[in-house]
Design a binder for this molecule. Sequence first.
Ligand SMILES: [Zn+2]
Length: 236
Amino acid sequence: MNSHCNGTGKQLVTDFYYNNGFSEPSLETKKTTVQQRKQHETSGKDAEDESRLPALEAAYSSILRGLGEDTDRQGLLRTPLRAAKAMQFLTKGYHEDVYDILNDAIFDEDHDEIVIVKDIEMFSLCEHHLVPFFGRVHIGYLPNKKVVGLSKLARIVEMYSRRLQVQERLTKQIAMAISEALQPAGVAVVIEAAHMCMVMRGVQKMNSRTVTSCMLGVFREDPKTREEFLRLTKTA
Ligand SMILES: [Zn+2]
């Protein structure tokens, strides 16, 4: 599979973003709301998780009984609680916001060469089967007077992958977040992943990998820029 997200015109990626109505409000608009929320959100997250835990635990007990298991046998006694906590951890990205991550990490810089971070490890959950898919993310962008701390790109990947996802959307969300925050001349994101819902259900699909890409701005308009990115991220 290889999907490209939509694009148009020879504009900056931000123009592209707004003209195509990719739903989310701008970073600036969100900024105030996020700052207002922020304070009680950090502690609010723990409280929210805590309050939802009993229902989630009961649901896992019910799943185990539905599978014909004896929930009173020793090995399963604390499984519903552990599974509930694990699932909350694996979906913790819902509590995070791009602005929280990038705050104080965007710098003015006259760098006009492609910046690439490749082989970012990614673990997510397929929203159709609730089983893992995981792999590697390669990110490139061509700065337009703004750069971001490199570790923050991995944090963006983390934030969107710790949610129930489909790989295509994950790819696009990462690209859009970088595009919106940095307003670069272009963004490229490629994800290679193995989906357990495919791998575990058929031996012949053991080695199948799904590749998705999202190219914005110059990476979409200019084949040479795109090729340079693809060449530099190619795994040996
Ligand atoms: Zn699936």
